[in-house]
Design a protein around this ligand. Structure first.
Ligand code: AMP
Length: 127
């Protein structure tokens, strides 16, 4: 399902209506710094097309858009010097993951040891 172009915050960033701390822009992809960083480097990478999530993108995007997005994420991490020490890539999908913005965004975290993959505190019980 396409996201709502009128209300989607990240669509506003793509259009230039909402300010962002831009890192990289290509024909298909925009990367900018997260407004509330959780690591010394915290970048959001988004496709310019209106895709609500990784699920939506993987189903509806063209092969070219998918290749452009994957290559851009890797290049941004390399260009920021994150590969040697390592970094984390994360895409929240839907309610259980706590996705807040309904436009696909890959988080790139780096710049310090990032700890376990999932926080123990507040994690819902699997029981
Ligand atoms: P998620 O919980 O995966 O949907 O992540 C949404 C992310 O968007 C959070 O890390 C927010 O801090 C970030 N965010 C929200 N508004 C903005 C904005 N205007 N510019 C940059 N990052 C934002």
């Amino acid at each position: 399902m396409p996201d709502d172009e009128e209300s989607c915050l990240f669509c506003g960033i793509v259009r230039g209506d909402v300010p962002s701390d831009k890192v990289v822009e290509t024909d298909q992809v925009l990367a900018f710094r997260d407004i509330d960083p959780k690591a010394p480097t915290h970048i959001l990478v988004i496709p310019k097309g209106p895709y609500v999530s990784w699920d939506d993108f993987s189903e509806r995007a063209s092969d070219g858009e998918i290749a452009g997005f994957v290559r851009a994420v890797g290049k941004i991490a390399r260009d920021l010097g994150l590969v040697g020490a390592g970094y984390r890539l994360l895409a929240n999908v839907g309610v259980n993951a706590g996705q807040e913005v309904p436009h696909l965004h890959a988080h790139i975290f780096g710049g310090r040891p990032l700890g376990p993959m999932l926080a123990r505190e507040g994690r819902p019980s699997a029981d």
